[in-house]
Design a protein around this ligand. Structure first.
Ligand code: ADP
Ligand code: MG
Length: 290
């Protein structure tokens, strides 16, 4: 009897392997013992096992999607301090978390000074989309443009374009830090126009729209790019100064209030204030978007 059981188990494990049911294979004996002691019927036993397999499968594919998205270190909305960035509409972010904009192929543009949380929000929203089953890829814009330029005239160019075409959501972070070459700008326009009404884009930029010609070169190309990007889009403005500088200043103010606060802290404050002025330079938020 025992050897018969052992033989069945070997066969069972073999069949499960062929059927690609690794969790059923690893859990069937444990769950069988539990169900026997709880007097659970056969169908419920099977149900419990298959539920475990499904859960594990979903977890594995979520991990795969997250790896494929190539995020920089993950940020979440839990850690975003909305009180520190009042220009960001919390209700709009809560709506975007539901990912309906991806189903409707709409875009999200985030405009604001450096350090104001654009990448943080973009990563958090895109990671949420990943968790909900959407295919996502994160790129620093210059990284994508460089990859496209290098792959030009080669088979890998088509491969990269095919990968982009399969996405539900493409994040183009930091559009505007480095002006693109003429070829780079045309390739970027090609990405945006191919995505138009097929793939949602989240684009972050430190430049107000009227300065995008500085990056894309010609007014014609800038107009055409903005036309497609903004046709159906949500705009989030992260107005104000860098979060880290805000944070450093607040800490220094607290130390200054103390009678014998360390001198080093006031040096940090002075540096923070000077840097804030420099960083505030490029964006005039009053005109960034409407
Ligand atoms: P940007 O992309 O606008 O230049 P980042 O998103 O990279 O800015 O933000 C810079 C740093 O400050 C990151 O570590 C980010 O997590 C943090 N940060 C920015 N804004 C906030 C915020 N409102 N709450 C919490 N952390 C923030
Ligand atoms: Mg950024």
């Amino acid at each position: 009897m025992k050897s018969l059981e052992a033989k069945s188990l070997v066969l069972l494990k073999h069949h499960m392997k062929v059927l690609r049911l690794p969790t059923v294979a690893s859990e069937c004996e444990k769950v069988a013992a539990r169900c026997a002691s709880d007097n659970v019927d056969h169908l419920t036993y099977l149900l419990q096992l298959l539920e475990l397999e499904l859960l594990e499968r979903e977890k594995r594919s979520a991990d795969r999607r997250l790896r494929a998205a190539r995020f920089p270190p993950i940020k979440t909305l839990d850690t975003f301090d909305f009180a520190a960035r009042p220009s960001v509409n919390k209700m709009l972010i809560a709506e975007l978390v539901r990912c309906e904009y991806i189903d409707k192929r709409e875009n999200v543009l985030m405009i604001g000074n450096p350090g104001t949380g654009k990448s943080h929000l973009a990563i958090a929203l895109a990671a949420e989309a990943c968790a909900r089953g959407y295919r996502v890829r994160f790129f620093r814009t210059t990284e994508l443009v460089t990859a496209l330029i290098e792959a030009r005239n080669e088979l890998s160019f088509l491969r990269l374009k095919a990968q982009l075409a399969k996405l539900d959501l493409l994040v183009l972070d930091e559009l505007g830090y480095v002006p693109a070459s003429k070829v780079g700008a045309e390739l970027l326009f090609d990405v945006v126009s191919t995505a138009y009404e097929r793939t949602s884009l989240i684009v972050t930029s430190n430049l107000p729209f009227e300065s995008w010609t500085e990056v894309l070169g010609s007014e014609r190309l800038t107009g055409a790019t903005l036309d497609r990007l903004t046709h159906r889009c949500r705009i989030i403005e992260t107005k104000g100064e860098s979060y880290r500088l805000q944070d450093a200043k607040a800490r220094t103010r607290r130390t200054k209030d103390k009678p014998n606060g360390p001198a080093a802290e006031s040096i940090v404050a002075a540096v923070a204030e000077a840097a804030a002025e420099v960083l505030a330079g490029p964006v005039d938020n009053s005109q960034a978007a409407q």
